[in-house]
Design a protein around this ligand. Structure first.
Ligand SMILES: Nc1ncnc2c1ncn2[C@@H]1O[C@H](COP(=O)(O)OP(=O)(O)O)[C@@H](O)[C@H]1O
Ligand SMILES: [Mg+2]
Length: 255
């Protein structure tokens, strides 16, 4: 049991939209180095959780601390800066700029952050693209890459500022299972290298590859399971055990 303060801590996190409460006082701690997924039926509040803990969306009540900083006390400008420099985001569909080549799309967030000279940023972007197997596409256009390749470009772009945490909202949701597996391999490798990874997914095969799974129902976390690191074996068994756990709906204290 570590006594280090968590990387991210939500307390009583509540989000309502015009009278409808979609997050009901969620308590959550994410530790530095966690590899976790959030599962739950459509509409259970998974995306809203991700967006409120990352400061992309505002909370209605409660508190979120990220690296010791109280998000509610930060201005929009400070929040943008925090997201740009410490958080990476990947989504189901990658939004890339069509008038930039793929390398420039990857570099863009770093250019905006202004933390390093352009040549160093290009080098870093190319290294990330090599690592994810898309370096040969560096000077190509968005229209020349496949869905799986675009998602890798999206990951490179999310990593360009070396975030502490990488958030994904259904990042494999639009991919076939082979491409999804490759994306999960990349995410597992990044996590092994120290990046905290938090994914929203409704796919037990994806969640079975993470180390920790939160189960959400109707805006509440009803389960928090640690299933050990995936070592590349027994994925079917992990998936079966996870699905069983989700169905049992056994509430577990959130720690
Ligand atoms: N911007 C919004 N305005 C109004 N209602 C919203 C908004 N975002 C989400 N909701 C509602 O909050 C609930 C949870 O949505 P969401 O977090 O997207 O769920 P999930 O990601 O688990 O499918 C849904 O009922 C959805 O309609
Ligand atoms: Mg969602």
């Amino acid at each position: 049991m570590t006594t280090d303060p968590p990387l991210l801590e939500a307390t009583g996190l509540t989000r309502s939209f015009s009278g409808q409460t979609v997050l009901h006082g969620v308590d959550l701690r994410v530790r530095d180095g966690d590899f976790l997924s959030v599962m739950g039926p459509s509409g259970s509040g998974k995306s809203t959780l991700l967006y409120t803990i990352s400061g992309m969306d505002t909370m209605s009540a409660g508190a979120v601390r990220f690296s010791g900083q109280d998000l509610a006390a930060m201005s929009q400008k400070e929040l943008s800066r925090l997201r740009l420099t410490s958080m990476g985001f990947i989504f189901q569909h990658v939004h890339l700029l069509k008038n930039l080549c793929l390398l420039d799309n990857v570099v863009l967030p770093a250019y905006l952050a202004g933390l390093a000279p352009r040549a160093a940023l290009n080098d870093r972007a190319l290294k990330l693209m090599e690592r994810t197997g898309v370096a040969e596409l560096a000077d190509r256009d968005v229209s020349e890459a496949s869905g799986g390749q675009l998602q890798r470009i999206g990951i490179c772009r999310a990593l360009i500022n070396s975030p502490t945490i990488l958030f994904g909202d259904e990042p494999t949701g639009a991919l076939d299972s082979a491409a999804a597996t490759e994306i999960m391999d990349i995410l597992a490798e990044l996590n092994a290298d120290g990046t905290t990874v938090m994914l929203v997914t409704h796919d037990p095969r994806i969640a079975a590859r993470t180390e920790r799974v939160l189960s959400m129902v109707d805006g509440r976390i009803v389960g928090d399971r640690r299933q050990g690191r995936y070592d590349g074996t027994r994925l079917d068994q992990r998936q079966t055990e996870l699905s069983q756990w989700l169905m049992d709906g056994e509430p577990v204290g959130v720690r």
